[in-house]
Design a protein around this ligand. Sequence first.
Ligand code: BG6
Ligand code: MG
Length: 215
Amino acid sequence: MIQNYDAVIFDLDGVLVSTDECHYQAWKCLADRENIPFDRKVNERLRGVSRMESLEIILERAAKQYTPTEKVRMAEYKNQIYREKIEGLTPSDLLPGVALFLRYLREQGKRIAVGSSSKNTGRILEKIGLDKTFDAVADGNDITKSKPDPEVFLVAAKKLGLPSARCIVVEDAFSGIEAGKAAGMTTVGVGSAGQCPSADYRLVDLADERLYQLF
Ligand code: BG6
Ligand code: MG
């Protein structure tokens, strides 16, 4: 295995913390209110995708058309529910292996960054006790195109001052794996993306010991 990487860029939701479930629950509240069929299969398509693009995917099954103003209100409603949920997060919501792997990377002198489509990244990092941990954070507030566009990872690498070839991306979304590849980075799929055929490495989660062999 290549052992030459200088940095790891982590997706947030579903990689560092279990907020992917909070997103699902919040969208489910909105979909139920509007009588739109929505299940975990559709939810898989929302991973890595921006809030408004996620809403458009959910509305594919809606029986009526919504105006742009109604759509903005619906996204705000979902985000309000989501914000209430993330206020309950604590460091115990870190996903398996995260704390140990971050410490290991630090000990190895590697740089670490977050590359997330979420505009709630800052608040989540505070709640899980990782707001002072990363060398760089690129999030939904820094970008105009969400995954699978590579923008968020390119912004993260720029903030780290490193070329793409020196960076590994860790993702739970198929769209995130595509974004990492489009950025010219090596990709590690975990969770749902642990099944992604185009990921360079496929793992269950960050507790998988094979991850350590990359450094
Ligand atoms: C991504 C999630 O990390 O952030 C998506 O995987 C979500 O499901 C996107 O839609 C945007 O999040 P937010 O917090 O800005 O609504
Ligand atoms: Mg994710």
